[in-house]
Design a protein around this ligand. Structure first.
Ligand SMILES: NC(=O)C1=CN([C@@H]2O[C@H](COP(=O)(O)OP(=O)(O)OC[C@H]3O[C@@H](n4cnc5c(N)ncnc54)[C@H](OP(=O)(O)O)[C@@H]3O)[C@@H](O)[C@H]2O)C=CC1
Ligand SMILES: O=C(O)CCC(=O)C(=O)O
Length: 481
């Protein structure tokens, strides 16, 4: 068992409160992953002081040299990928292949934003006046607060910190208390790669530390991923003090299956998107909206595949679905399934906690398929964030599209079809930031913009080159020569 610490001004130190919290393996609560500092507003304030002190020199370093630090960090993480992936499975529960994939994603993010150091372009704009030269420059904002959730414990800290750092900002990162270890490993690696003291600070703890970071007057921007309830509070506080804010929150992502689709492939796509990462992804498919003429055939295939999935501790070979993040969350998932059944849905697979033998030491929920779901049921409107797929029927493409759009979220959406016309119409008319054709709604790439519409997201996009927009401000320069 290890005692982990905060990183402030280049020093690993306990919280000023002296308090700690435990992190336990969601597949086996007897496995204590480590203890972490329970930080207060004072710890956050110390981290912001350190970040402010370090930021000017970091911003003055040529951006490609900042990129070299990220490249070195990528190499270090690559060398430790297997160990970090195992730790991720222990702290978050996802299967080892999923954790390895996520570590690989973090390595790619480090390299990608390392390269952006040589591409922090401005523009030259023609003036309407004689011998006036106009250009734009990107400048950093100062200190950035990054608040991250538990479901992608290294990729999300990386995809917020890397574009912030390459742009010349200093960062205070507050990882989720439910999966704090991988963020610590990322910080250790960046320090080892030569990141100057104070440029990245990590303050562990609960919402108390998070809200102190959001409220801190010297933090110029907050990038947040997590629940809609917390995101709304973050936006309110940032709005009042005019800090920049970027929110990534929930989804109620649809997969439309048209009658012309390859049904076996479509069932596999829904299976992947609904049950991968135990359904704990904001991009997970939670609604399969299927053309009525093939709805029964599709459901049968999905149910057969769901029942064949092996649920268990993610470190074991051959496991398809790991545990929910904690007991309360697993209980909430089965309660919402029971409520859907009470409202008239049929439980075609799963619907219960799995507690036999060693599974009883973890928070396991069987992959669940609900049939006969109608668009107004709560299960068709609210995010579950668990391994639950609701199957709805639609008359045709237009009806399916109307159902798909009739929720307050708009993050990711898939259509399974062989029709080019329907695929293109879907891309135009679906209310979502991420559109997939014959691909799972989850599983995004780092080099393109990521984000949603409606209640799913607020502010500029994350990832890809667009991420830089959030972390920089444009300066317009006019010069008479
Ligand atoms: N879109 C997504 O990717 C995610 C969505 N969710 C949704 O949210 C639900 C709850 O998950 P949960 O982890 O509790 O999500 P939260 O929104 O509560 O947590 C996200 C992050 O915000 C921090 N935080 C909590 N309260 C505040 C606050 N008032 N001000 C600033 N920061 C705060 C959390 O700290 P701490 O962890 O210590 O509470 C964590 O680091 C899930 O079941 C799911 O529906 C969750 C994770 C990711
Ligand atoms: O599906 C993915 O790859 C990304 C999901 C995500 O960003 C999230 O759940 O927070």
């Amino acid at each position: 068992m290890s005692a982990y610490q905060n990183l402030i001004a280049g020093q690993w130190a306990p919280s000023a409160t002296g308090r700690t919290f435990e992190n336990r393996n969601p597949a086996d609560v007897d496995d204590l992953v480590g203890t972490f500092p329970e930080s207060s507003a004072d710890d956050v304030a110390a981290a912001v002081v350190a970040a402010r002190a370090a930021q000017p020199a970091w911003a003055a370093m040529p951006a490609p040299k900042r990129g070299d630090v990220l490249y070195r960090a990528a190499n270090l993480l690559e060398a430790r990928a297997d160990a970090v992936a195992r730790e991720m499975t222990r702290e978050e529960g996802k299967t080892l292949p999923e954790a390895k994939g996520e570590v690989g994603r973090a390595i790619n993010i480090l390299r990608y934003y390392g390269g952006e150091g040589a591409r922090l372009y401005g523009r030259v704009i023609p003036s309407e006046r004689d011998r006036v030269f106009m250009h734009t420059l990107r400048t950093p904002l100062g200190v950035i607060g990054a608040i991250t959730p538990w479901n992608f414990p290294i990729a999300i800290p990386a995809w917020k910190s890397c574009p912030a750092l390459i742009s010349g900002n200093a960062v205070v990162l507050k990882p989720s208390e439910l999966a704090p270890l991988c963020a610590t490993r990322l910080a250790e690696i960046l320090v080892e790669a030569g990141l100057p003291a104070g440029v990245l600070n990590v303050v562990h703890g609960s919402g108390e530390a998070g809200s102190a970071l959001v409220a801190h007057e010297q933090v110029r921007a907050i990038s947040f991923t997590g629940s809609e309830a917390t995101g709304s509070k973050v936006a309110d506080v940032c709005g009042k003090r005019r800090a920049r804010v970027q929110l990534e929150m929930g989804g109620k992502n649809p997969t439309i299956v048209l009658a012309d689709a390859d049904l076996d492939e479509a069932a596999g796509i829904v299976l992947n998107a609904a049950f991968g990462s135990t359904g704990q992804r904001c991009t997970a498919t939670s609604r399969a909206i299927v053309e009525r003429s093939v709805a029964d055939a599709f459901s049968e295939k999905l149910v057969t595949k769901a029942k064949a999935m092996k649920v268990g501790p993610g470190l074991e070979a051959g496991i398809d679905v790991g545990p929910s993040i904690n007991a309360a969350h697993a209980d909430r998932v089965v309660t919402e399934v029971a409520a859907a059944a009470g409202a008239g849905a049929q439980v075609l697979a799963g619907g219960t906690r799995l507690t036999d033998g060693a599974l009883g030491r973890g928070h396991f929920v069987a992959p669940t398929v609900l049939g006969g779901v109608t668009p107004t049921m709560t299960i068709a409107q609210e995010e579950v964030f668990g391994p639950v797929a609701a199957v709805l029927s639609a008359d045709d493409f237009e009806h399916a599209l109307a159902i798909a759009n009739d929720v307050r979220f708009g993050l990711s959406a898939t259509i399974c079809t062989r029709s080019l016309s329907h695929a293109l119409q879907f891309a135009q008319r679906i209310e979502a930031g991420l559109v997939m054709v014959n691909l799972p709604s989850a599983g995004v790439e780092y080099q393109v913009a990521f984000g949603g519409s409606k209640a799913s997201s607020l502010g500029p996009r994350e990832q890809g080159p667009e991420a830089i927009d959030f972390y920089t401000t444009l300066k317009t320069v006019y010069m008479k020569y």
